[in-house]
Design a protein around this ligand. Structure first.
Ligand code: UTP
Length: 273
């Protein structure tokens, strides 16, 4: 049983400056809900109720979002405005929320390693909340089912066009079932000519706990950051890592263009005032 899910939220969000100068990227609202809440709702739907955040300086708003606001509650108690708090109240009643800090932003791999204190020696989910996923069955739920079957690390992948490939970690592997690949190659942000496939890793993972030991020994890679992709490659060489072509749609809300597309999509299809 997987019950824990890690949210690395320590990044600077430079692509959204100046909005992210004093506000966490993860709190940017897609319509009326902050990005990170979509991710947490997806984790809860998958049964991952112990939510751990790896935060950094200037990210206190995330902790406040998942805590009670007595003043606000008092102010609107009994009024017709209470309905606006329903979704976050539900999230808070279902999950438990823990926090640790990444002191130096040394990359996603380092952020995950910092999360060891919250996870310990068990398999766990990872959500990068700037990837907003919309699916009939949540992407993490799909992956948890797969984990029960295969018991190894799983990365969610999607096909991307050649001119986009250098923005992603890319896998190479052997298809063992429809949409499921045994990974034997992984490259972080490759030039299109060096990419092993058009299957790009997006921000959803299930990781087995040996990843922590591997991350401790993984030197900084591309951009001088500890790359989760490098650690996953070692894990694939030692044992098994699967890539899963998830069912659903992903929006890259870390970029302005993806964020606007997601906002329009959510407003037209999911927003229920
Ligand atoms: P990104 O590559 O999107 O970086 O990180 P970023 O800082 O958030 O955004 P830009 O590129 O400057 O605009 C992917 C995920 O990894 C987390 C981020 O918070 C994001 O969820 N991360 C990245 C960390 O937690 N720590 C790091 O040192 C780096």
């Amino acid at each position: 049983m997987i019950t824990k899910c890690l949210f690395p939220v320590a990044g600077y969000g430079t692509r959204f400056l100046p909005a992210t100068k004093s506000m966490p990227k993860e709190m940017l609202p897609v319509v009326n809900k902050p990005l990170v809440q979509y991710g947490v709702e997806e984790a809860l739907e998958a049964g991952l109720k112990d939510i751990g955040f790896v935060t950094g300086r200037g990210k206190r708003a995330i902790a406040d979002h998942f805590d009670v606001s007595y003043e606000l509650e008092h102010q609107i108690a009994g009024s017709d405005k209470e309905k606006y708090l329903e979704s976050i109240r539900e999230v808070m009643s279902k999950g438990s929320f823990s926090f640790t800090r990444q002191r130096d932003m040394r990359g996603l791999g380092d952020a995950i390693l910092n999360g060891y204190r919250l996870i310990g020696d068990e398999a766990f989910g990872v959500v990068l909340s700037d990837d907003l996923c919309v699916a009939e069955e949540g992407v993490l739920s799909q992956m948890v089912k797969l984990y029960k079957q295969f018991r190894c690390s799983i990365v969610a992948v999607q096909e991307v066009p050649e001119d986009q490939i250098s923005k992603f970690g890319v896998i190479g592997g052997e298809q063992i079932k429809d949409g499921i690949y045994q990974v034997n190659e992984m490259v972080e942000k490759p030039n299109p000519e060096d990419a092993p496939s058009n299957l790009a890793i997006i921000g959803r993972y299930i990781l087995t706990p040996d990843i922590f030991e591997i991350l401790r020994d993984t030197p900084p890679g591309k951009n001088n950051e500890v790359q989760l992709t490098d650690a996953l490659m070692t894990q694939a060489q030692n044992g098994c890592v699967l890539a899963y072509k998830f069912k659903g749609r992903r929006f890259d809300c870390g970029s302005v263009e993806g964020f606007v597309t997601a906002t329009n999509y959510v407003y037209e299809n999911l927003y229920n005032p």
